[in-house]
Structure formats: C-alpha cells, structure tokens
Design a protein around this ligand. Structure first.
Ligand SMILES: [Zn+2]
Length: 201
C-alpha cells in the first residue's frame, strides 16, 4: 500500500463520528484504501463500527433517508424468506442505507447504487460500510428498490462476485422487477450462512 493511501486510511480510522465515517467510506471507494494493511488483520478495525453493528454477518440495516424504510423493509422480508435468516431494521444500529446523487466511479461510469466495504479482501474478511442508492439513477438502471435488493446481497456477502448470467446478482440487473433467483441465492450462500434456500422462482 502506497504511503498516501496509508495516510488516508489513518485519517479515516481516527475519525470518531458517524458522519466522518460515512465520508471516509465514500472516500474509500475511489482511493482503493478499502484494503487494510495485513498487520491489522484481526476482525473489524477499531473506529469502523461506531455508526452501526459491524458483525461478520450483515443482518441489521438502518433506513437513513426519506422513503428508504418503505423499500428496505420489504427487501429485508424477501431476503429473510429466501435465506431463512432474520434480517431486520434498527433506527441507528444497522448498516446505513442512504440516498446519494451521482455515484460516479471516477472513470466516467455512474453506478445505480453501490456498497463500499472495508477489510482484508485477500483473507476473505470484508465488511459493508453503507449502501448508497442514487435517487435519480442514470438510464438503464433498475428502480432504487431493485438496486437495493441487489446491494443487500453485496452487504451480506461482501466478497461474493457477480454472477455471469441473467440474474438479480448480475453486474447489470436491468430495469425490470427481479425475483431473488436461484443463481443469486446460490452465490450468496457460498459465503453467507443461509439457513434455508428458497429462491422466489
Ligand atoms: Zn453489484
């Protein structure tokens, strides 16, 4: 890790407040400092879990924007039914789900939504920091409700890769309504402890 990235990481770690953390999580996406130095590999790093529970399994979410609860609760119900796990909301202790305009990746590609993470990808230890939804996504994006369903899989299984077929968990999910389909659920349950396997179709 280059020194400038290390200092950005340090800056993020010393930030004590939830808002600072959110700002840092946003910063991380573009700087690549979402990967931490190996020496620190020992569970979620200090200072990163102050805005929400930072369990290895992402089960609790916080609707942190107007109208988000309306799409978050049905999405969590659907994932709960599909996985047999209890996914819930909390007013402040969950992984925040926020609105954010213009989710540019810095290379001219605009995301519909994304889920910045922090951790040690090489060791399979990664935690979701926040789910960001564009309230006015670019053309070709699904509705924010469908994007949220997709991003929740990233939050539950941060090291899971997209599936290479038409699916809720393809890199491009398309504009239509999506079931929690078998390929998406299969990919999730490879790294998330599913208690059931109930795809919606
Ligand atoms: Zn994705």
């Amino acid at each position: 890790m280059p020194m400038d990235e290390f200092f950005e990481w340090l800056e993020c770690v010393v930030g004590g407040f939830a808002l600072v953390m959110l700002a840092c999580a946003v910063l991380l996406l573009d700087t690549g400092c979402g990967a931490l130095p190996d020496a620190q590999w020992s569970g979620p790093p200090d200072g990163w879990c102050q805005s929400h529970r930072c369990d290895a399994e992402a089960l609790v979410y916080t609707a942190a924007g107007e109208g988000i609860r309306d799409i978050l609760e049905p999405a969590l119900e659907r994932w709960s039914a599909a996985t047999g796990r209890e996914l819930t909301t909390d007013v402040q202790a969950g992984i925040p789900v926020i609105w954010q305009e213009d989710l540019s990746d810095g290379e001219g590609i605009e995301d519909c939504a994304n889920t910045p993470t922090i951790g040690w990808p090489n060791h399979g230890e990664v935690w979701a920091q926040v789910i960001r939804l564009d309230p006015t996504p670019p053309p070709g994006c699904p509705t924010p409700a469908v994007s949220l369903l997709h991003e929740l899989e990233h939050a539950m299984a941060p090291i899971a890769r997209h599936v290479e077929m038409d699916s809720l968990f393809a890199s491009s999910t398309g504009p239509d309504y999506r079931h929690i389909d078998e390929p998406a659920l299969e990919r999730l349950c490879e790294t998330f402890a599913c208690a059931a396997f109930q795809p919606e179709q």
